[in-house]
Design a protein around this ligand. Sequence first.
Ligand SMILES: Cc1ncc(COP(=O)(O)O)c(C=O)c1O
Length: 387
Amino acid sequence: MPAVRFLDLSVSQPQRAELLAAVERVLAHGKLIIGPEVEELEGKLAARVGRRFAVGVGSGTDALYLALRAADIGPGDEVITTSMSWIATANAIALVGATPVFADVREDLNIDPASAAGLITNKTRAILPVHNQGKPCAMDELVEICRQRKLLLIEDCAQAFDAEYKGRKVGAFGDLACLSMNPMKVLAALGEAGMVFTDSVEWRDKLHALRYNGTLNREDCHWPSHNGRLDTIQAAMLLCRLDQLDACLARRRQIAEIYSRGLVDLTGQLEIPREEQHPPAEPGAQTGGTHRGSRDVYYTYTIRTARRDELMRHLEDHGIESRVRHPILMPCHTAYRDAARGSWTRAERWVKEILCLPVHEKLTDEQAHYVVRCVREFFDGARKVKR
Ligand SMILES: Cc1ncc(COP(=O)(O)O)c(C=O)c1O
């Protein structure tokens, strides 16, 4: 067993007992599909994100696919997205029959609004930014581009539930917003789960139909679709997880803080994630939050260094698991690379430099300091690290 694991999805007490009690309650009422817990979760997540409606679906991939379907995006349409994300983002666009067009990223590894704007054609219907690795995108710019060019904005919040941009939660900006709650995510089910957010009654109703074979009243099919509903048991467990979310995020931020304090002076050899600060809100402005900065939820703590592969080996030699998420840019996957359109020069350079350090809430301070020491030792090249 390595000294520091990248992920630890095991569940210990008292959370285990709470989850089992939630399952017991579902078994007792027996409404296993779209039971009361699904509706309760939808209501709580919509309120937390600041939207009118949330629709529970089977996964983050379902959320993206169904959101695009609800917005009537399909063959002949183009959707501009980032080049750096998990492939589910591009796949959802391709699955509705539209063409993904890939934009470059900024220093923060999120979509570059200027690059996205430069890719707009008369076929573009939407921009689909991904809040990559828990960090919010530059939403002011993206909202403005979409407003000016009359495009839909569809957020992929899969990796960033509860992250904030200028005091508003991600998921609160787009016409539609999509969430994954698979077991690796910050708000994690014990299996597959997803959610779509919107303020539109029409889209909410269409999503209800689309998540169940495109049927109205669960009988008559209006839009051929698949079965993409959220299980009641997953919703029940997610309600328990939601109660623990603040503590979980606070712990991730503490670990990130240990890393950032310990590594900040290595800038030049290694870039650490930075949280953007913004000027204070205008008096009376609706920020929906308590501050104006961006808040990362540290889905990963992603550093960048030209010596990435060597550093990864060094960490492994010291019992520390690290990962490259995601090592292949979306336009460079086999399924896309021959026909991929867009521009991704910076992403191409940086994808070779990114490395995710373990940042889950089960790490101890001691383990986090040990990671810092090992990274420093690698760059200082000197002393041997004592475990
Ligand atoms: C950015 C992004 N979008 C979409 C998805 C798809 O979510 P799911 O795995 O729940 O289908 C993921 C999952 O990892 C993701 O990271």
